[in-house]
Design a protein around this ligand. Structure first.
Ligand SMILES: NC(=O)CC[C@H](N)C(=O)O
Length: 494
């Protein structure tokens, strides 16, 4: 057999790495990673959030974390200091106490570093978030104004800017290098629309291509332009720009400064004030299905499974960004139950304000609600961002070999889970999980993390696993079947 030579640098790195792992002593302490929740610049909707981060590595013995929060970059204004022992499971979390809450309506900088048993420090990891508890209370009162076409100054794939079916929001338009002085994007809305909010998303994973100085202009004809809003010192990957309702068919973004070699934008989304149309319900009993995918779809074939499991039930599917209590109230006939679907985006890349109407429904709709995967996570998000967090890895058992299925255990006697094997297996497709239950909720099932919850007198149920996915090892299909049957029989007069 021919031996393969490793280049000397690779070999050295490998040997140092190995001796570091074996002796433990020589490993330098790494910075923790503040990408779990809250991620950079997200809006946290509670004053006592849980700050989760990925552990550091290296050092000697057990690590503890120093965590500092402040109102300014220099960590001088209003600084709060905490120490936290490491959670050996990979992600550590500081729960800010309800007794010492963070100031609302403010931006917070936070930094974390690990210290080992010998007192050696690792480097700080720095990030920031804002706290705004008012921001998720009510339906956004906006509808999406979807462009019919897009033009750009240069570069390929401008369609990515308005491709709302790109669930991971991962594709982007990048202007061509070296690029014109002023890269621009033009959106044609097809007709005159009043716009009051603009959402812009760049790459959250790197600081490359972020727009720094830019302005939006509007035009009735694509010829005469008027400036609507201007940003001169952007230093983030996402912008929510509120403007005083301007009515125009053409919308133009001019970017005059950016990070990296050329501006790159993943998505542009414009909103008009107002409410979406109310669907007309079918004549018989039906389930309202809320599609949580970014394009309003349900991720799995949820409606089809409802019809298969309980043929007496019809379904009406509404995109999450159109759902609200106003829509529910306006339905000529009420659903017997509501299902909240999965999705496959990272929440830090989503315009989370679009979920506010779904949160209203979770808080107030007087019918049984079952949230599946993202829908289950929404039950917790509805009472504050940071209750759900990225696990740092994905559990995708729907595609793995039988020995990789998680065993899920039921913790309490619950009518929906009656008769399930203990433990049971069920398909999973997710990278986030609920860690911090809202008040009034309890855990119904768990694996190494929360797998099912119920809340508020049995009206709300959530499952992290997918009872609706048809695979041979899904032992939890009955959870959905029972939920639907119970809802149907409760709705019918005896
Ligand atoms: N399948 C899902 O609904 C996943 C929800 C969420 N996007 C996660 O990764 O956890």
């Amino acid at each position: 057999m021919k031996s393969r030579m490793l280049p000397p640098l690779v070999l050295t790195v490998w040997i140092v790495g190995l001796s570091c792992a074996v002796a433990l002593a020589q490993c330098p302490i790494s910075a923790p990673r503040l990408t779990t929740n809250p991620n950079f610049d997200v809006v946290v909707t509670r004053v006592a959030p849980v700050l989760s981060f990925k552990n550091a590595t290296g050092g000697q013995g057990k690590r503890v974390y120093e965590i500092q929060l402040a109102r300014d970059k220099a960590f001088a204004v209003g600084r709060l200091d905490y120490t936290l022992p490491e959670n050996p499971e990979g992600v550590s979390a500081l729960a800010i106490s309800e007794q010492k809450p963070l100031a609302d309506g403010t931006r917070w900088y936070w930094r974390v570093r690990a210290t080992d048993e010998k007192g050696a420090h690792g480097p700080w990891a720095v990030s920031r978030f804002s706290v705004d508890t008012a921001s998720d209370k009510a339906f956004m009162d906006l509808t999406r104004a979807v462009p019919v076409s897009v033009k750009v100054s240069s570069g390929s794939d401008p369609k990515n800017l308005i491709d709302y079916t790109d669930q991971g929001l991962s594709t982007q338009w990048r202007a061509a290098p070296p690029g014109p002085d002023r890269a621009w994007v033009e959106l044609d809305l097809g007709r005159r629309r009043t716009i009051s909010r603009i959402w812009m998303l760049a790459d959250s994973g790197s600081r490359d291509g972020w727009p720094v100085a830019f302005r939006w202009l509007a035009s009735p004809d694509g010829v005469a332009w008027k400036e609507v809003v201007k940003v001169t010192d952007g230093d983030t990957y996402r912008f929510i720009l509120d403007v005083d309702g301007v009515s125009a068919r053409f919308w133009r973004l001019e970017i005059s400064d950016w990070t990296g070699y050329a501006p790159g934008i993943n998505e542009l989304l414009l909103y008009s004030p107002g409410h979406p149309p109310v669907p007309s319900p079918p004549s018989g009993p039906y389930v309202l299905v809320i599609g949580n995918q970014h394009n309003g779809a349900t991720f799995t074939e949820l409606a089809a499974r409802v019809h298969e499991m309980v043929p007496e039930l019809a379904t009406v599917t509404v995109p999450y960004y159109e759902a609200s209590m106003a829509l529910y109230e306006a339905l000529a006939k009420k659903p017997v139950a509501i299902l909240l679907s999965g999705n496959n985006a990272d929440y830090n890349d989503l315009p989370m304000f679009e979920y506010n109407g779904e949160f209203e429904i979770i808080r107030a709709a007087p019918v049984p609600i079952l949230g599946i995967c993202a829908g289950h996570q929404m039950l917790s998000f509805a009472s504050g961002y940071t209750r759900v967090r990225s696990m740092g890895h994905s559990d995708i058992s729907a595609m793995e070999k039988p020995d990789r299925y998680a065993e899920i255990r039921t913790l309490v006697d619950d009518p929906l889970f009656k008769g399930l094997p203990q433990p049971f297996t069920a398909p999973e497709v997710h990278g986030w999980a609920v860690y911090d239950l809202p008040p009034g909720f309890e855990v119904v099932a768990e694996s190494t993390y929360i797998q099912a919850v119920r809340g508020r007198d049995g009206r709300l149920y959530g499952t992290q696993f997918h009872p609706e996915i048809k695979v041979s090892y899904n032992q939890a299909e009955n959870v959905l079947r029972r939920f639907l049957r119970d809802a149907l029989s409760r709705s019918q007069p005896r």
